[in-house]
Design a protein around this ligand. Structure first.
Ligand code: ATP
Ligand code: LTN
Length: 330
């Protein structure tokens, strides 16, 4: 059986970038035969930067309900909260001891996030990749759907798996990233040179899946574009409009080439107006399903059953790892 796994941090409100980069590719695989999905809320990763207790709690539940609202099929998947399965911390530590500071310091996400910390840079921000590797390697994962920004972390995960296997004997499956060409890097609406990010202090930069519909429409209509006026995909010279074309195409499945032809003789305002309506329809559908799940008592039962399933699998793996290394008495 093929196992697909991904995690998202409950570090803010889930964005269209998270959806197009990670959730949509994940869901595109769930109907394939002989495939199982493991989906988790990466709360241990979220605390690498400061989090408010109440917000964190709320974001964890919100993310769980959103996965379901986006269409996660519970007959094919298990959803759980990372901190409820202690094997993640256990393997994280082991892999940390097999990581080199130099390779961790080279990670782009570390370098970016380090710049933004006002209260000091936590050691966890640096040692985050071995914890992410643990998330993946505990479950003999085959494929990991992620956005482009996580490619480097997948590479280090593969390196750590191979390093461990060489040193202690075959223990981990070496996973592959699953990165879709379109939507893997959605950019900020206020600065198309930066990626759309849920922890952006300026909410105009991102569309959250739970944004008020009129506010979301306004964000699209006021997205930064250039002054050239033609609707053409050109990442280098027209990053703003290219980003909007990518969003349009990803949500409608209309190829970008066809959109360029459709909007050849119009202006940015018309194009943005249409895109705003497409985004509004998409959000409306998700939000009505979200309202159902967040208010249903099922959510806790679903998370309990996901935790038990993950715990069972992961605790066997960590015992094997400990034995291989020579830890404890067994
Ligand atoms: P934060 O701002 O807290 O770092 P984030 O919005 O970057 O959060 P993550 O939780 O780090 O989101 O990422 C969850 C998943 O969403 C990952 O697979 C990541 O690659 C993907 N992702 C995040 N931002 C984007 C984006 N702008 N475009 C496409 N995929 C994205
Ligand atoms: N590192 C990811 C979130 C994440 C993840 C994972 C993704 C944590 N563990 C395991 C895929 C598989 C992020 O910050 N975007």
């Amino acid at each position: 059986m093929r196992r697909i796994l991904t995690g998202i941090q409950p570090s803010g409100h889930i964005t269209l970038g998270n959806y197009l980069g990670a959730i949509r590719p994940l869901l595109s695989l769930q109907n394939e035969e002989d495939t199982e999905l493991l989906v988790f809320i990466a709360d241990l990763h979220a605390i690498t930067v400061p989090q408010d207790r109440q917000n964190l709690k709320k974001n964890i539940k919100e993310l769980a309900a959103l996965f379901l609202a986006c269409g996660l099929d519970l007959n094919k998947s298990h959803m759980f909260i990372q901190s409820e399965v202690p094997s993640h911390n256990q393997l994280g530590w082991v892999l940390e001891c097999n990581s080199y500071i130099g390779e961790l310091e080279r990670m782009t996400q570390f370098k970016d996030k380090k710049q933004k910390q006002v209260e000091g840079v936590s050691a966890g921000l640096l040692t985050y990749p071995p914890l992410m590797a643990a998330d993946i390697l505990l479950y003999d994962t085959d494929l990991v759907p992620v956005g482009e920004d996580q490619k480097q972390h997948l590479e280090i995960t593969r390196n750590l798996a191979e390093r461990f296997n060489n040193k202690y004997g075959e223990t981990f499956k070496v996973p592959e990233p699953f990165i879709l060409k379109e939507g893997a890097r959605i950019m900020s609406l206020v600065d198309p040179s930066r990626k759309m990010s849920k922890s952006d202090p300026n909410p105009k930069g991102f569309i959250a899946l739970l944004d008020d519909i009129n506010i979301a429409k306004k964000k699209i209509k006021s997205a930064i574009t250039d002054s050239d006026g033609t609707i053409r995909y050109d990442l280098e010279n027209k990053p703003g409009i290219s980003n909007l074309l990518t969003i349009y195409s990803s949500l409608t499945n209309i190829p970008i080439k066809n959109l360029e032809i459709r909007y050849e003789n119009t202006n940015y305002q018309n194009f943005k107006e249409d895109l705003a309506n497409i985004v509004a329809d998409f959000l409306t559908k998700i939000q009505s399903k979200y309202d159902y799940y967040i208010n249903s008592g099922d959510l806790d039962l679903i998370l309990n059953s996901g935790r038990d399933y993950a715990y069972h699998y992961a605790s066997r793996k960590i015992q094997k790892v400990y034995r291989r290394i020579g830890l404890g008495r067994n």
